[in-house]
Design a protein. Structure first.
Length: 344
């Protein structure tokens, strides 16, 4: 995990405000923060008890008066007040001065509404950003972060599978030609595992267990060597703790529906792509990034279904924040790729 260092006065920041994790890039310094987007709140007075990694460790283990909240859902703010507190905490963690207002670039999903975008900008401003807050769409940031030649007159296809949304976009000449944002991503994969275990084995597991199963045993394509592991949870019939042996084939079956939905979104975007750009994509391939790109065999399954080569980005978890950081470093040259909140 990147260490968080207090920054020089007025240091500008790029923020990937993700459903699962928040990453912050500081101008001239690189990634300075990578923490889960989770806040533990004391419900008696609304005070944050823990934020980030510490709060995530509390999930599913808190007493009645403490509640863990993920303030973002499906890539957008679900709880404005908690999101603003989380953002303020993270900014203060990496920013030495509480009085200076840094310039900020923040990523948003491409399918975000005007109201949802305004909520992101307001949260950043309340947390200490200088006006205007620059907004960059996630697929554009991911494409910049994965070194795609976005300014050339050729079709570049990027698929960013995050925690709350999957962003699919075809980019040419510095603009998004066609894009689709579907609210099916890492969270839905976790939920699919929870529902599969409930239905097939009458076993209840929490979000954290489901996420660990996905990371260590999840796949989208048959593995060279299938694995078996013991999964612990609560028996829904007896109410007692129980352990079952699960195979990677069974987990793949549980993940089939959301994986197919993500691939269908990619196919439908390809279907709407102009023929000349589609020809470029067949030649150059599809680039996948985000945490979902790490799902074992997803690249092989996508390549099999589309007949197009698939490349996994070098740092899939960091592509979006790196791209946002590059936009921040070259803010004047890349201003055309961003939108502004409020007036200049």
């Amino acid at each position: 995990m990147a260490k968080s260092n207090p920054l020089a006065l007025g240091r500008d920041l790029a923020i990937d405000l993700g459903t699962a994790n928040t990453l912050i890039y500081a101008r001239g310094q690189g990634i300075v923060l990578n923490e889960p987007s989770v806040v533990a709140i004391d419900i008696t007075d609304g005070r944050p008890v823990a934020v980030g990694s510490e709060a995530k460790r509390m999930m599913g283990r808190t007493p009645g008066r403490i509640k863990t909240i993920r303030p973002l859902k499906d890539g957008v703010i679900a709880d404005f007040e908690v999101c603003e507190k989380m953002l303020r905490f993270f900014i203060q963690k990496v920013h030495a001065s509480r009085w200076s207002k840094p310039r900020m670039v923040i990523c948003v999903p491409s399918g975000i509404t005007g109201v949802e975008q305004r909520a992101v900008q307001d949260a950043a401003e309340y947390a200490g950003a200088r006006k205007p807050v620059h907004i960059i769409e996630e697929p554009m940031a991911a494409a910049i972060g994965t070194d795609l030649p976005i300014h050339e007159p050729s079709g570049n296809m990027i698929v960013d599978i995050g925690g709350g949304t999957t962003e699919v976009a075809v980019i040419s000449l510095g603009g998004i030609v066609t894009a689709q944002s579907v609210r099916i991503a890492g969270d839905e994969l976790d939920e699919a595992i929870i529902q599969y275990l409930k239905k097939e084995f009458s076993l209840a597991v929490g979000d954290r267990t489901a996420e660990e199963v996905k990371i260590h045993m999840g796949s989208a394509w048959p593995l060279d060597e299938e694995l078996t592991a013991d999964i612990r949870g609560r028996d829904l019939i007896t109410g007692l703790p129980r352990s079952i042996a699960l195979t990677t084939e069974q987990i793949r079956e549980g993940l089939a529906e959301p994986v197919t939905a993500i691939i269908d979104a990619i196919k439908s975007t390809l279907d709407r792509t102009p023929p000349e750009l589609a020809a470029d994509i067949i030649e150059q391939g599809i680039t996948i990034t985000g945490g979902g790109a790490l799902l074992a065999g997803f690249d092989r399954r996508l390549s099999h279904e589309t007949g197009i080569p698939v490349n996994i980005a070098r740092d899939p978890l960091f592509s979006v924040v790196i791209g946002s950081g590059r936009a921040l470093e070259n803010i004047d040259a890349m201003r055309g790729l961003m939108s502004l909140g409020g007036d200049e």
